[in-house]
Design a protein around this ligand. Structure first.
Ligand code: GLY
Length: 566
């Protein structure tokens, strides 16, 4: 009876409080420094996952507990990108002031080698790094979520995982968007017996999806912790799947997977302080590098979508992506010149050839010599009422990863090996180029673009955000920040308005929808730019701290997620 009442109360709260397009509900507490929310905020790519995050906050959990619960829930209800078989990053600001970056990126197996995706003539073998078992790196998600929970959470595994287990075991009503997405990938699913068993048919929105094998795996993790996944029965199932499918992940690889805690990347932009993800993500460094360039210009002198601003931002993007290709990789294997790349002087110097009237062909830009030594991904943001803030981006790389379900374990494996530079000069699925810094080595982590980010104003939290989108993650986060800080747009406008992207090669501005009017197009063409309209990209899930203790949260209208503040 109590449970029914509690569920009813929760549903009523959700009904009245959670329209993420309206001003957030304001529940004055009086205590907790006049916060006008009781529990906090959660924004994720799926409604059920967001509601689970909020339930965990209401159960007394902190933001880390809630984020871990959301992570496991997304593995059930958002198989496109939510995962047990992938990896990701946490950026956390703790209530005691500490900032933490948790790296649970996948690692290359011990038997991986530089030329593993090339034929005898040195040519890339089509699909080998993207579909099937050889495309998988050693998954980090389970280890990462449990590490965060044990070190920074307050609840038990059973408490944060019970909602996800219930959804896997008893099923959930799938959204039409998920049904469409599964149906669109049916051809690939049918290539693998294990995947065919679960997803080898057409789905309809509204039907109940039960995932017993996945529930079993989740229960093993709940009961045995990390060992329930990386050793014993589930490890057996992964290794057997590898044997059937020509993959190379071994027991030793699984047993030796390690989570790394790293120093956050710090930067400033017009007085705002930013913490974001260090390598093996390129996201944090590229974001700070871009903002350092833009800080030297008054963007708000021109309209947000003026040719002047688009030109300026695109010129910054092409230079930053050129340097990304050369200098960024896993810092445990390659001396990434982090301090140089995020310094304000370097940004100024690198942009000194900027011509405000003329596009620089990407072929004229080479990565600078420094004397130093992907929807497929998903982001979620959580804030609690204790002062903890969590930004998590996690991925299996391509949509449904390598398309292989581990037989009997019910989860998709990643195809993160494609995020390495599999051959210098050959673009990956996001068109990104790479070199030695990001070449394959055993135990190395492939370079990512994931950019979980937290921004502070006057030392107080201001914005938590991140996005999926492969290479476009970085520019999606950049677009959002600039719109809020330079143009004072609301969170919804900043996220929902069309975006643009440039990544050095291909040398084109990729634009969403009707971003450019005829006059702006003409001016950009005159400057020497080319552009291509692309399908919408990025799915920002963000939380913003307004004045007077009010929280605002928004889930990108491009997706079907949900943001709740309560
Ligand atoms: N797999 C996409 C990324 O990590 O950037």
């Amino acid at each position: 009876m109590y449970r029914i009442k509690k569920t009813l109360l929760f549903l009523i709260i959700i009904f009245f409080c959670c329209n993420n397009n309206k001003t957030v509900p304001q529940q004055v507490l009086g205590k907790k420094e006049n916060l006008k929310y009781k529990y906090g905020a959660v924004s994720s790519a799926d409604e059920l996952a967001t509601e689970i995050g909020m339930k965990i906050l209401m159960d007394g959990g902190n933001a880390i507990d809630a984020a871990v619960g959301v992570g496991f829930a997304l593995a059930v209800v958002y198989p496109q990108a939510g995962n047990l078989g992938g990896g990701g990053f946490f950026v956390i600001h703790l209530s005691d002031g500490r900032d933490v970056a948790i790296d649970f990126r996948e690692m290359a197996p011990l038997n991986a080698h530089k030329n593993m995706y090339l034929d005898e003539y040195g040519n890339v073998i089509e699909d080998l790094s993207t579909i099937g078992c050889l495309a998988s790196a050693v998954p980090g998600s389970v280890a990462g979520l449990l590490y965060a929970l044990e070190k920074y959470g307050t609840m038990s595994r059973a408490e944060v995982m019970k909602y996800a287990i219930d959804l896997a075991e008893n099923g959930f009503r799938i959204k039409p968007e998920l049904a469409n997405s599964l149906n669109n990938n049916l051809k690939d699913f049918k290539k693998f017996e294990s995947t065919k068993k679960i997803f080898g048919r057409k789905f309809k929105g509204g039907e109940i999806l039960v995932q017993k094998d996945l529930a079993y795996t989740l229960k093993k993790i709940r009961d045995e912790g990390k060992d329930g996944f990386y050793k014993g029965e589930i490890a057996d199932k992964i290794v057997q799947e590898m044997k059937r499918g020509g993959g190379i992940i071994s027991y030793e690889d699984l047993e030796n997977y390690i989570v790394k805690e790293r120093q956050v990347i710090k930067g400033t932009y017009r007085g705002y302080e930013i913490i974001t993800m260090p390598p093996p993500s390129s996201g944090g460094i590229c974001l700070i590098y871009l903002l350092n360039i833009l800080e030297n210009f008054n963007l708000s002198d021109n309209d947000l979508f003026s040719a002047e601003n688009i030109h300026l931002m695109v010129e910054a993007m092409r230079r930053v992506f050129a340097d990304r290709s050369e200098h960024l990789g896993d810092v445990d294997f390659y001396p990434v010149p982090v301090d140089v790349l995020i310094s304000k002087d370097f940004a100024r110097k690198m942009f000194s050839d900027f011509d405000k009237n003329k596009a620089t062909p990407s072929s004229d830009i080479s990565p600078v010599k420094i004397n130093n030594e992907g929807e497929n991904t998903t982001h979620y943001s959580v804030v609690d009422s204790y002062g903890n803030i969590v930004a998590v981006t996690t991925t299996i790389n391509d949509i449904y990863g390598n398309k292989v379900i581990v037989d009997g374990a019910g989860f998709f494996l990643n195809n993160e090996m494609d995020d390495f530079s599999i051959k210098a000069g050959v673009p990956n699925i996001y068109g990104l180029l790479g070199n030695v810094a990001n070449e394959i080595q055993p135990k190395k982590r492939p370079l990512s673009s994931m950019t979980p980010t937290i921004i502070f104003r006057d030392k107080k939290p201001f914005l938590v955000l991140g996005s999926p989108g492969g290479s476009k993650i970085i520019t999606t986060v950049l677009n959002t920040i600039v719109r809020i800080i330079d143009f004072g747009l609301s969170l919804e406008e900043a996220i929902d308005l069309p975006r643009f992207h440039h990544q050095w090669f291909p040398d084109e501005i990729q634009i969403e929808r009707e971003l450019l009017d005829g006059k702006t197009q003409k001016r950009l063409l005159e400057m020497g730019h080319t552009f291509r309209q692309v399908h919408n990209f990025g799915r920002v899930d963000a939380i913003m701290f307004l004045n007077d203790g009010v929280l605002k949260a928004h889930s990108d209208m491009r997706g079907y997620g949900k943001a709740i503040v309560y």
